[in-house]
Design a protein around this ligand. Structure first.
Ligand code: HEM
Length: 640
């Protein structure tokens, strides 16, 4: 007996099979997997908000985001379920760490068990970042990181100072021109947008030299395309479109906008690289670079010859092209990889820095006086006037910038309360154990751990009066310059040896039991991991020194030459994902007569200040400067 099945029956059967598979997958995703996940973690003593079909805590997060209470929401969860807990958002299960002790393990002795993020999370950013530093892993990442890192060393960063100064100076001049042309001698500016323009200009110029600035129309297209791509990627993360199987690949407007933006960016970068290779563009300023003297000094010490090539000014593109030309036998750095790394550099460096700058400006302008009637703005300006002479206002030197300790503390404090990247994902690639609060917790392969810096930066046991905005907390303890890479070390440095090492609250009573003593030790060891603005461990921000330098240049120049006043009656709240102000922040900007007004701030301005007040006016930074005046210039730029 033969059975014949018609084609249409076959199609029906196939369709039913696909449907059954889809239903099974959905059942697993939305019902079975969350149940297994909860059971597994409960058995290890880790809890979280019980899963509610089908969206889990998504509605709670949306509500918190809408009312700008996302940090409070996270804090509420931390109080309710502890510093290590699960979270289930629409069937997506992950572990959240609000605990520096857990972070210490993830960033140090267990770092080899983690990748940057899950494939799903990476997929959203892949069209822009491809296999560049931000998304690559393992041996390829290691090699690329080793190639890029020298670009952030002292000699190269020195090169960046005139480049960034020029970008900021051009912006200040443009604003001053607008002020001159206005009837009332002021302009209203949305500073989130303005700072984004400055930081993108700076970072792209640092990457591509005059290849970027030489063609303003092309630079504009690049800026618009990058904004279009980042906005749509963020939207697809928030509305989960980028995560849902099948739907994430549909040619919806958001995906098409990402694809067209990425195509524009890639073409522009390709052209810039081709121009450089053909010798049609160069770095911003030709000639010898500022680190020449140091290199000559070192060459004299070591007896090595100083060849012409190594003394030439470079930007990131030069660095990559040189690496490309000098790859060891059997290894290749393709043009495509050079283009990808350049795009990663810009994507990682522009918005993060402007995001921090806009909140920092808001704090600087609006924060009420902190001590003896002095506002943060006054303190910063006094330090600027005391450190950067009038002739250097538009072109401060790296040595002068290095001395701006109060401004540095202000940056760190702004980064504590407004981290631009507050959620750092880590994805376990192998089963392993960590020790948490004295017990062993098993982390299975495939677990995503989300590290929440917004909560960690406000834990009272590490940050006394955490909600108070107090830059001084980064000045006390001293010795800022000694170990700025403390997060690299497995063994923590003594508290206070680093500006980003929080000063722990003194325990009111000394611990008595063995358990209490162990807990106290663990807490101390975890201290450096209570500050994660630039993250920590092997994948910590490679651009930290560049960012700190850039922020110092921006603030030293704009606060000296311009006055800012917050436009009243604005709704100021942070976007739940990007942490950027949702509707920007508007300031009324006027010219500052710094030639005259600076004199009022000079310590020697007779009749206005006695000695005691003067010392305080310039702030602890001045005291620290005096203490550390003898720091060697050959030290890496951790101190910037
Ligand atoms: C205030 C400004 C900045 C902040 C807050 C910041 C923060 C971060 C954070 C949190 C990470 C993730 C680390 C991890 O996954 O554990 C990161 C990575 C990175 N950042 Fe930054 N960043 C800033 C500025 C910059 C700048 C200016 C550049 C380049 C010029 C840059 C380049 C990078 C790169 C390339 C990575 C990936 C490193 C790797 O995976 O090896 N960042 N940054």
């Amino acid at each position: 007996m033969s059975i014949t099945i018609s084609l249409s029956t076959l199609v029906w059967l196939a369709a039913w099979a696909v449907l059954a598979l889809a239903v099974a997958k959905l059942y697993d995703l939305l019902i079975a997997a969350p149940k297994r996940f909860q059971q597994y973690w409960t058995s290890q003593g880790v809890t979280g908000e019980p899963y509610r079909f089908p969206l889990g805590v998504l509605p709670d997060i949306q509500r918190a985001a809408d009312s700008d209470r996302i940090v409070e929401y996270a804090f509420g969860m931390a109080r309710k379920y502890g510093l290590l807990q699960w979270q289930i958002v629409a069937g997506i299960c992950h572990i959240i760490s609000y605990d520096p002790e857990v972070c210490r393990a993830i960033f140090t002795n267990k770092a080899q068990y983690y990748h940057k993020a899950s494939q799903d999370q990476k997929e959203i950013m892949r069209p822009l970042l491809h296999n560049g530093l931000l998304l690559s892993e393992d041996a390829y990442w290691k090699r690329q990181r080793a190639l890029i890192s020298p670009g952030f060393h002292f000699w190269y960063l020195q090169e960046m100072v005139p480049i960034i100064c020029k970008c900021v100076s051009d912006w200040v001049q443009m604003v001053q021109g607008k002020i001159d042309a206005s009837p009332d001698g002021s302009v209203e500016l949305e500073m989130n947008h303005e700072l984004a323009t400055i930081t993108l200009d700076s970072v792209a110029t640092a990457a591509f030299g005059n290849g970027f600035r030489a063609d303003p129309e092309r630079a504009d297209r690049f800026i618009h395309a990058l904004k279009q791509v980042l906005d749509n990627m963020q939207a697809r993360t928030l509305n989960l479109l980028g995560f849902i199987p099948v739907i994430k690949n549909l040619p919806l407007p958001s995906l098409r906008a990402i694809q067209s933006g990425c195509a524009t960016i890639e073409q522009i970068v390709k052209d810039i690289v081709a121009d450089r290779k053909a010798g049609r563009s160069g770095v911003v300023k030709g000639g010898k670079h500022a680190g020449m003297e140091l290199m000559a000094q070192r060459a004299a010490e070591t007896g090595e010859a100083l060849d012409e090539e190594s003394t030439r000014r470079r930007d990131l593109l030069d660095l990559l092209l040189e690496a490309q030309a000098n790859m060891p036998e059997g290894e290749v750095l393709t043009d495509r990889a050079v283009e990808e790394e350049s795009i990663n550099f810009i994507a990682a460096g522009a918005e993060t820095t402007s995001n921090l700058c806009v909140w920092m400006l808001w704090r600087t302008i609006t924060q009420p006086p902190v001590s003896e009637g002095q506002s943060i703005l006054e303190k910063v300006r006094r330090e600027l006037v005391a450190t950067i002479p009038k002739e250097s206002v538009t072109n401060p030197s790296i040595d002068e910038l290095k001395e701006l300790k109060y401004l540095e503390a202000l940056t760190y404090e702004s980064l504590r309360l407004h981290p631009p990247a507050p959620t750092i994902p880590k994805y376990a690639i192998e089963d392993h154990d960590i020790t948490w609060r004295g017990k062993t917790v098993h982390i299975p392969k495939g677990t995503t751990v989300l590290i929440n810096a917004n909560v960690i930066h406000r834990l009272e046991e590490y940050w006394p009066q955490p909600e108070e905005f107090r830059p001084e907390r980064f000045l006390s303890g001293g010795g800022n310059e000694q170990n700025n890479n403390v997060n690299d070390s497995v063994a923590p440095s003594p508290a206070g040896s680093d500006p980003t090492t929080p000063q722990p609250c003194a325990s009111p009573v000394s611990p008595k039991t063995a358990e209490e003593i162990a807990a106290e030790r663990a807490r101390k060891a975890a201290q450096p991991f209570a500050y994660l603005g630039f993250s920590a461990g092997p994948r910590k921000c490679v651009g930290k020194n560049f960012a700190m330098l850039e922020i110092k240049i921006i603030f030293s120049m704009i606060l000296r030459q311009l006055n800012f006043e917050l436009v009243p009656n604005q709704y100021i709240a942070a976007n739940p994902i990007t942490r950027l102000p949702r509707q920007g922040i508007k300031f009324r900007v006027t010219k500052r007569n710094w030639m005259k007004d600076d004199d009022q701030l000079l310590p020697s301005h007779d009749g206005l200040m006695d000695d005691a007040v003067m010392m305080d006016n310039v702030g602890e930074g001045m005291r620290q400067r005096q203490q550390h005046a003898s720091v060697s210039v050959l030290k890496p730029l951790g101190m910037i």
